[in-house]
Design a protein around this ligand. Sequence first.
Ligand code: NAP
Length: 480
Amino acid sequence: MEAHSLNLIPLCNGSPRKCETVCVFGTGDFGRSLGCKMLQCGYSVVFGSRTPKASGLLPKGAEVFNHREAAQRSSVVILAVHRDHYSFLQDLTEVLHGKILVDVSNNLKLNQHPESNAEYLAQVVPGAKVVKAFNTVSAWALQSGTLDASRQVFVCGDDSTSKEMVMGICRTLGLSPLDQGSLLAAKEVENFPLQLFPMWRLPMYIALSLTAFLFLYCLVTIVVFTNVKDGQDVSFRIAISIPNKVFPIVSLMLLALVYLPGIIAAILQLYRGTKYSRFPDWLDKWMLCRKQLGLVALAYAFLHVFYTLVIPIRYYVKWRSNNFIISQIKNNKTSSFETMSAWRGDSYIALGILGFFFYVLLGITSLPSVSNVVNWREFRFVQSKLGYLTLVLCTGHALIFGWNKFLYISQYKWYLPPPYMISLVIPCVVLAIKLILITPCVDQTITKIRQGWERNAKPQKMENYEVAKTTETNESKAMV
Ligand code: NAP
């Protein structure tokens, strides 16, 4: 029976209507959607239900039986039932013996149960060949045909033939199966659909915390200070002026934070004199979310650009420039052209434009469709070399903006430095250390370490393959 079914899989592509029967337990949302998709792709589908009655809800062409009868008609049983109800399968252990039992279930919380649903199913029906699959595909996507975002199906199971067969079904349905290994991987597979932007969490926390802190800082040093000192209400600055200070500062700090972990990694490797040693967990996590940090930084840079573009149409700006002209007319005075100011203004804008251009270039190359077509060296060149160039340009942009303001005591409101100075701390530290790291003597040592040289070399340092693997990952991570 089993061999017969296996032979039928290739036929499905050639003669769609005359191929294998697949049994689906459960006529709920997922069971119906999957059954419908299977019928469209040429499978014949039998449903196993507690109430085996023909219903208008069931896809046309499918048959419905009680669980036992339905299971007898197929070697593959897809279980579209929640884990809580698996106990009904205990009465069917005999009929399910030797059959492929596909667990599609998900949980409500991460690691909700001590064992995965698929492992639990294998305990409930010990004679069945349990395969975990389809849990990352939604009923809605199957129904609407919008599978683009969720085409990937993670498949795992202890029996490789059964796994292959389920993967064949996935391919016939136009899905992309990905072998995840044995049933031990089921817990991880079940956690996939429950994760909410895991790689974005840390960058978002950092960005939001910095935004909140800097917004309060600007509020105090600009609005509150002016109110207390001069009795003037400049609260209108909350709408555009303050955000347009906060966004570029956060953007520059985040961009520097993209390159800081690479520098810390290089210092650690120099200090330890070896690359065969794990980075601390926090550094590992930080390195893994650098792409997301960079993209959040780019979003902030975009906001800065948009907020800057509206400056000429602001009432306050027009009022100030008109007032300046009128006061010059009244006093019959013309301010002379200052070449230095012209240079300063133009360089400030030019660095900003160039910095933003490379920023966008970095963002574009981090898109999977672009990064997939460049090789590792090209990717490193863009993300590392052009990345540092972006950091230099944007830091220069902020430095010229500040110019010599740091010399004037009036700029320190309540002894607090002006906000732009805060934005320069991390980038300047990163660039200064990078400058030291690329000096020939230091760079040579780092390169040697990354090629496997060890200061206190002992023979057979690499104790096992695991260490070698960790090392390789650390090396490639640190190089960017
Ligand atoms: P559902 O709409 O509630 O359907 C579950 C079906 O299970 C019911 O229609 C019923 O079918 C059967 N059932 C209910 N109580 C039962 C019991 N005591 N004993 C035996 N069978 C019982 O749920 P669903 O959305 O289709 O989800 C089914 C499974 O697919 C779940 O494990 C879920 O995690 C998984 N899943 C769902 C989606 C999705 O988008 N919905 C996506 C991926 C995975 P009968 O009345 O015909 O017996």
